[in-house]
Design a binder for this molecule. Sequence first.
Ligand SMILES: Cc1cc2nc3c(=O)[nH]c(=O)nc-3n(C[C@H](O)[C@H](O)[C@H](O)COP(=O)(O)O)c2cc1C
Length: 246
Amino acid sequence: MNVLIVYAHPDPNSLNAALKHYAIQRLQTAGHAVQVSDLYAMEWNAKLAASEIPKLENHRADILREQEKLLWADTVIFQFPLWWFSMPAIMKGWVERVYTLGFGYGVGEHSDVRWGDRYGEGTLTGKRAMLMVTAGGWESHYSPRGINGAVDELLFPIHHGILYYPGMEVLPPFMVYRTGHMDDARYAAICEELGQRLDTLATTPPIPFRRQNHGDYDIPVMTLKSEIAPGVEGFKAHLHQPPSLL
Ligand SMILES: Cc1cc2nc3c(=O)[nH]c(=O)nc-3n(C[C@H](O)[C@H](O)[C@H](O)COP(=O)(O)O)c2cc1C
């Protein structure tokens, strides 16, 4: 399997750097080919230029290189520390620039039964994606009634809007909470847990997001049909069934 790790952390001595190193070793030992887009080390330009919105051609070489890596990959891992409840700005800027018109969005035809190729269909169809996220807060702070909001809801815009939108199946995230509370034993246990997730990338059931063009939504208003999940609103309405692993 070809695995691309898109990685955002500025400090080579961080927990994230150690986990990245572990993940690369584990994947390579299992026989997978690994490429890493280390956004800080690459000095990735995170600013979308006026000339890049929206253009089908004349993309800069750095954008084309990242698109080639995405096309090469069977699985894409986005690894980052949770910063202000989302991905670091440099990674958001990677998405903004790499997901160009005709690649990340604006793919496929519109008709009475299709609204383009998105949400389960698109350029990255057939690939899998997983977030690997570290957070300073406790797991309970991100539980369904936790003060920070439920983690599956916080990550919904990334899972659904960035990974599922261009067609990737999205695996449940690998989360490390309470990062300030780390010792050798806990780090070893986290690596073991991460290793299990990496060993099962190809077989882990994805989050069961509904497909846009498979009959659940009224086109073109793009709301769920009244008979689908009646009374259910918000992010969870876009799941076929309650997530078991979040
Ligand atoms: C700018 C910044 C914003 C942060 N925002 C959050 C946050 O929203 N939620 C949280 O749980 N932790 C937050 N943290 C803590 C980081 O998630 C934590 O320090 C990191 O995951 C630890 O991994 P590292 O050692 O690889 O940096 C933030 C840290 C920084 C520096």
